[in-house]
Design a protein around this ligand. Structure first.
Ligand code: HEC
Length: 150
């Protein structure tokens, strides 16, 4: 750890925009945390769809509502310049995000569309989760295929 800290200081000192390094680290953690929140809410839906846990309408609806809410988050500030894979340790965000911002925005909008109404759509029985999950999962995958390092 000590070595890592020293290395990090050395790298930071070498950067022309050293003052921004801390902000970039916050942004990286913020967006990875954002993604984790998405997957934490996908998990119970997937488990219910597979029958690993019992269908629970209230829990399913809440998880879906969380995803809906998250997709309304304004994400561009989580993708500031200088935080791409290759520019920053720990980042899996491909440079394509900055090269094709409109495509990236469309991918994010597609997730919003997939999530829209999900908290209602998962009500009424275990069988209703699958289709919602498929739409959501498809939107995650589409963006990851183009914009996240494998
Ligand atoms: C608009 C694009 C986009 C969409 C849609 C998207 N992701 Fe991501 N996701 C990314 C990018 C880019 C990264 C890499 C972030 C980084 O490491 O800087 C990522 C990373 C992740 C990670 C790893 C986070 C970490 O700790 O490193 C998880 C988990 C994840 N996404 C889950 C999801 C789930 C679940 C969905 C759908 C409900 C989803 N994502 C939808 C772009 C997207």
């Amino acid at each position: 750890m000590k070595f890592l800290t020293i290395a990090a200081i050395a790298v930071t000192a070498a950067l022309p925009l050293a003052a921004h390094a801390e902000q970039e680290e916050d942004v990286l953690q913020g967006r990875q945390g954002y993604m984790k929140l998405l997957s934490l809410n996908m998990a119970p839906l997937a488990a219910m769809a597979k029958g690993e846990i019992d269908y629970d309408e209230a829990a399913a609806s809440k998880a879906a509502a969380n995803i809906e809410a998250l997709t309304k988050y304004d994400i561009p500030p989580l993708f500031i310049e200088g935080t791409a894979n290759g520019e920053m340790e720990g980042s899996d965000a491909l440079p394509a995000i900055w090269e094709k911002p409109e495509d990236f925005a469309m991918s994010y909008a597609a997730l919003g569309e997939a999530a829209s109404g999900a908290s209602e759509a998962v009500k009424g029985g275990q069988a209703n989760i699958g289709p919602v999950l498929q739409k959501l999962g498809g939107a995650c995958k589409d963006c990851h295929d183009s914009f996240r390092k494998k």
